[in-house]
Design a protein around this ligand. Structure first.
Ligand SMILES: NC(=O)c1ccc[n+]([C@@H]2O[C@H](COP(=O)([O-])OP(=O)(O)OC[C@H]3O[C@@H](n4cnc5c(N)ncnc54)[C@H](OP(=O)(O)O)[C@@H]3O)[C@@H](O)[C@H]2O)c1
Length: 320
């Protein structure tokens, strides 16, 4: 099968197209013929082995898993004899957070993995797009912030993959949404449902006179101390960026009532229920996939280069 392989950490050019052995499913696994995958900042971080924690977890001198990519959508080609809930021909969305491997034509996933059947009215690209960003936004807003109807939420980085689905989910949960993005992306975030938009190139949201129940920094660009001023008395600051300082603030603020800081690794917290829920919301039209660019598999290094500009809007899709 064709796979985009990297045997060392480094720039996008370390990833090259190679012929590798097609995997065969174990007794509890599905063999998926991949139709679409996504590239995001985490894929670039894994490729580089930066931050250093990645090397500690996934190989000090070279990546333990030579094929990257975590979100995938495709068709089940075969199943192991003990698989109960999936069959050949099923269209599925899956996450491979433990062994990566989405940047190849085939991947075997355990039936226990985060997996969902893709409804007929959703394309593979839409399914995998909504998953890349939507799953993270869901974990932060529904599970961590427990966002409620009528609350005021500010989403920083609202035009990125996490941000654009956070805007849509926050509206669905009944919150009043202030989206922070550059002026060029204002129409995009308004179409996603934002009630108010702050252009970060002209205005610093931490200096506004409004207070927010929840500030979700989807791109991890602002710090808890600077956001505190514009949080309500029991307001919550959430960030996707696991900095040491924020982890310390999270521990400290959990001891008292008042303003809190939260960071989470949402990728590791995904499950079938979340993916199925995202598919239901997409099937009903509540969530809409926002796809910026598409690249064929062999142009994966170019996709990485684009993602590293930090300008992508919604998702970057890899086509097979
Ligand atoms: N903790 C977790 O579990 C978890 C899970 C998934 C992702 N992440 C992390 O979450 C972050 C966001 O991922 P993503 O895929 O949403 O990123 P992304 O799509 O690559 O973000 C790009 C977007 O960020 C906006 N942006 C760039 N600089 C900004 C700034 N200073 N202020 C506001 N917006 C800015 C850009 O808009 P403009 O062009 O308008 O600037 C662009 O639309 C990444 O760091 C990723 O690694 C964490």
């Amino acid at each position: 099968m064709r796979a985009m392989v990297q045997h060392s950490y480094g720039p996008p050019e370390v990833i090259t197209l190679q012929e590798t052995a097609k995997p065969s499913p174990g007794s509890k696994e599905l063999l998926i013929r991949i139709q679409a995958a996504t590239v995001g900042p985490s894929d670039c971080a894994f490729r580089q082995g930066n931050p250093f924690m990645i090397k500690l977890l996934y190989g000090l001198s070279r990546p333990k898993f030579a094929v990257g990519g975590t979100e995938l959508a495709g068709v089940v080609e075969a199943v192991g004899e003990e698989v109960k809930h999936f069959k050949p021909g099923d269209r599925v969305l899956g996450m491979s957070v433990k062994s990566f491997g989405a940047f190849a034509e085939y991947k075997c996933l355990s039936e226990e993995s985060p997996l969902a059947v893709i409804p007929d009215n959703i394309t593979f690209e839409e399914a995998v797009g909504v998953c890349d960003g939507g799953a993270t936004a869901l974990t932060f807003l529904r599970d961590k912030a427990q966002l409620r109807k009528g609350q005021k939420v500010l989403i920083n980085g609202a035009s990125g993959a996490v941000g654009i689905y956070a805007v849509q989910l926050a509206k669905f949960f009944g919150a009043e949404v202030t989206a922070v993005c550059s002026g060029a992306n204002e129409s995009l975030v308004r179409a996603a449902g934002a009630d108010f938009v702050i252009d970060y190139t002209r205005e610093d949201f931490t200096k506004t006179h409004k207070a927010f129940d929840v500030i979700f920094d989807a791109v991890g660009k602002r710090f808890f101390p600077e956001c505190k001023r514009v949080l309500t008395a029991n307001g919550m600051y959430l960030t996707t960026e696991p900095r040491m300082s924020t982890l310390m603030q999270m521990m400290w603020t959990s001891l008292f009532k008042g303003k809190r800081a939260i960071v989470a690794t949402a990728g590791l917290m995904q499950n079938k229920a979340n993916l199925t829920y995202l598919m239901e919301l997409t099937s009903s039209g509540t969530l809409k996939a926002v796809i910026d660019r598409r690249y064929p598999l062999e142009q994966l290094p170019d996709a990485h280069k684009y993602v590293e500009t930090e300008r992508k809007k919604g998702n970057v899709i890899i086509q097979f």
